[in-house]
Structure formats: structure tokens, C-alpha cells
Design a protein around this ligand. Structure first.
Ligand code: NDP
Length: 381
């Protein structure tokens, strides 16, 4: 089998499995019945979607229409009119399925809700995760997991205490290109991996000064480009290397007098050292489009650009001078991510990207800010 068909096969198997193809057939029914947290047989896993912003409305609700195991059954919003309109458009019960931020905790009494999906500003993730776990529901929380390491720990503790699952929405772990890239590094197609570069940024438009978007508000966003989009570059260095960094260096630049940056930073570059000796060079910005990674070894490199867009991701390898495009199916990242969470609930399994994964990113993010502040290398144990 060629390398490429090996990747295709690996990815096909992973995604057939991830999408839980055939889960409801035959012997899987026995597993479903025995899983402690399993919804009734044959029923889809029910999701309450918290925060009806861009991501939920443009990506999640449409993606859920095409899933086998997952279904939106409740909406939580500060805008009842929007919630009613979306409920009617996406088949959510308007009498039992609409909540606001005040009566959110009463989701505890709604047996149709198995999982709460949190797509609120970053600074609200911890509160709504803790309240959701106390309401007895599993949690799927958007990245970044929270603003701080301390908040991540509270979220993990709350879900553990309630014996509920906690997954972080790292959608790239559920799509073929990034999954294949990880396998290529594990297979050392470029020889021993030595250097990783990863860059993630976009241009964030000038805000209305009277209505500052939450992404530019320190309390709601936790930071600037690093927490919002740079986290994809950081997470990529961790999943590609398969290691946790031991040293961090960083520097930043924020244009003075730019109305976007009264509270949060613009650009950061940072370097990581991993235990095996892999070095990573990373960048993020709210002023420039960046969307790629490269892993280099003695024999060549693999490169993905774009690696984090919602579709049309690309992967190339250049090994001993021979360039090859890695052709893989494109999938809806959000559908694959929700199906993974549903499969974990149905089969009582640990998610691929649990709370601990979000916590690990936040530990490095705090070290990056410390390195900028102190202008010194920060060591991580
Ligand atoms: P939006 O600003 O579009 O939506 C956020 C929603 O949160 C609002 O529409 C509102 O919903 C609700 N909300 C509650 N309180 C506030 C508040 N004080 N200020 C602003 N909004 C509030 O953000 P996104 O949908 O782009 O992002 C949401 C989360 O998803 C973030 O954590 C972000 O990092 C993450 N994200 C992840 C992506 C991915 O690819 N995985 C892509 C984009 C974002 P309502 O009106 O219903 O109350």
C-alpha cells in the first residue's frame, strides 16, 4: 500500500469510527444499554447550544443537521427573539427548549439535554461549564478552554465531581488533514522531526468604539490574538510533536494608537523547546492573515496551508526533493467533532480532546505572556 493510500485508509477508518458509522447496528446496542450516561436506545444525543453568535448560527446549527448521533434540543441566549427564530428554523422545541442566562441552571430538569455546548466569549466558559456540570450535563466547550489555568482547573474539577465528560472543541483533531499530518510525523516521513513552524492569524476589523467587540475586551477575551487564533498554532506544535514544551521565549508588538488594542495585544512570536529537542517557531496576529505549519527533518518536510480554515485544507510533503500532495476527503469539522462527543457519551469513553488538553494549552499561554513580560526564558516542567 502506498504511503498516500495508507493515510487515506487510516483517515477513512478514523473517520468512519469517529462518525460512529454503524454504531447503532448489532452488538453496539449492548454497549449503549450498559453505558451509565447513555441516552435511550436509538435516540440521538441532545445538545443545548449556549450563545447564539457567529459560530453557533453559521457553523454548528447547520452542521448538526447532517449528523447521525447528535441533535440540537435546546438554545440558551440573551436574545429571546433570535432564539425563537432559530428554534423554528432548526427544529428545536420552542416551549421546552429555550433558555436564557438566568434560568440556564434549570436545564437540569430537561432530560432531552445530554450535553451542553458552550460558544460564549472566552471569559464566560468557566462559569457556564461549572454551572452546566452542576446541572448534571456533559460539557463540550469551545477553545480557548478559559482565560486562565486556574479557571481550567475549576472546570475539570466541576466535571469530575459531577461525573460528567468535558471536551474542548479542538475541531482540527477531528478532520483528516491534521490527523494525517500527525501520523506522518509519528512515522517520521521527514526523518527525525527537528523544527516546527506554525502561524495563525487574521485581520480583525476596526471596531465601533462605542460597542467594543468582546474579542478586544480583556475580561471577556482573556487576551488578544494568542487566545483567539494563535492557540491553533500552539496546539498544532503540541499535537504534531506529541510532546509538551519545556521552555518558552516570546516577544510581542501592539501598534500604539490603534483603537483595536486598548486592552489586548496584537502580534506575538514565540519559540518552544520540546524534550526530544524539537524546536518550534510560532506567530499570531490580529493584523495579518497566517494559516500554516511545517514540520522539518533531515529528509524533508511536511507542510499544511491552510491548516485551520473550515474547508479546503491542504497538505504537502517534500521528501528527498520529491513533492507530493496528500489527497484526503474534506469533512465538516464541527459535525465530526460533535459526533465524537456523542460517541463518547453513548459508549462512555473519554474524548480525544478532554479538559486536560485545554489546560495544557493555557499553561503554555500563561508562560508566553510571562516570557513577554519578563523578557526571559520561562521553563515549564
Ligand atoms: P460571537 O461574538 O459571534 O458570539 C458570542 C455569543 O455569546 C453572542 O452572540 C451572545 O449570544 C453570547 N454572549 C453572551 N454574553 C455576551 C457578552 N457579554 N458579549 C458578547 N457576547 C455574549 O462569538 P463567536 O461565535 O465567534 O465565538 C464564540 C466562542 O467560540 C469563542 O470562545 C471563540 O473563541 C470560539 N470560536 C471557535 C471557533 C472554532 O473554529 N472552533 C471559531 C469561532 C469562534 P446571544 O445573543 O445568543 O446571547
Amino acid at each position: 500500500m502506498s504511503q498516500q493510500s495508507k493515510f487515506s485508509e487510516m483517515t477513512r477508518r478514523h473517520f468512519m469510527h469517529g462518525a460512529a458509522a454503524g454504531l447503532l447496528a448489532g452488538g453496539a446496542m449492548t454497549q449503549l444499554a450498559s453505558a451509565q450516561t447513555a441516552p435511550a436506545e436509538g435516540r440521538k444525543v441532545g445538545y443545548a447550544l449556549v450563545g447564539l453568535g457567529n459560530l453557533t448560527v453559521r457553523q454548528i446549527l447547520p452542521a448538526l443537521k447532517d449528523t447521525k448521533l447528535s441533535k440540537a434540543v435546546a438554545l440558551v441566549s440573551g436574545d429571546p427573539e433570535k432564539a425563537r427564530r432559530l428554534a423554528s428554523e432548526f427544529g428545536v422545541d420552542p416551549t421546552r427548549g429555550i433558555y436564557n442566562y438566568e434560568n440556564y441552571d434549570s436545564i437540569a430538569d430537561n432530560p432531552a439535554v445530554d450535553v451542553i455546548y458552550i460558544a460564549l466569549p472566552n471569559g464566560m466558559h468557566a462559569e457556564y461549564t461549572v454551572r452546566g456540570a452542576k446541572a448534571g450535563k456533559h460539557i463540550l466547550c469551545e477553545k480557548p478552554m478559559a482565560n486562565t489555568v486556574a479557571e481550567c482547573r475549576q472546570m475539570i474539577d466541576a466535571c469530575n465531581a459531577a461525573k460528567k465528560k468535558l471536551m474542548i472543541g479542538y475541531r482540527l483533531r477531528y478532520e483528516p488533514i491534521n490527523t494525517a499530518a500527525i501520523q506522518m510525523v509519528r512515522d517520521k516521513v521527514m526523518g527525525m522531526p527537528r523544527m516546527i513552524t506554525a502561524e495563525a492569524g487574521f485581520y480583525l476589523g476596526a471596531p465601533d468604539p462605542k460597542n467594543l467587540p468582546w474579542r478586544l475586551n480583556k475580561k471577556l477575551a482573556g487576551g488578544g490574538a494568542l487566545l483567539d487564533i494563535g492557540i491553533y498554532a500552539l496546539n498544532a506544535t503540541r499535537y504534531l510533536s506529541g510532546e509538551e514544551p519545556i521552555e518558552v521565549n516570546a516577544t510581542s508588538y501592539t501598534p500604539p494608537n490603534d483603537p483595536r488594542f486598548a486592552e489586548v495585544e496584537d502580534a506575538i512570536v514565540w519559540q518552544l523547546k520540546f524534550p526530544s529537542g524539537i524546536l518550534a517557531n510560532c506567530a499570531t496576529s490580529y493584523s495579518a492573515g497566517q494559516n500554516r505549519f511545517r514540520v522539518v527533518g533531515r529528509d524533508g518536510f511536511i507542510e499544511s496551508e491552510p491548516f485551520l480554515s473550515y474547508s479546503n485544507l491542504q497538505l504537502h510533503k517534500v521528501i528527498r526533493g520529491k513533492q507530493e500532495r496528500v489527497d484526503l476527503p474534506q469533512v465538516n469539522h464541527f459535525a465530526a467533532e460533535f459526533e465524537h462527543m456523542s460517541e463518547c457519551v453513548l459508549q462512555d469513553k473519554e474524548p480525544l480532546t478532554p479538559g486536560e488538553e485545554g489546560l495544557k494549552d493555557l499553561k503554555v499561554i500563561e508562560a508566553i505572556y510571562e516570557a513577554i513580560e519578563t523578557k526571559k526564558t520561562v521553563k515549564l516542567s
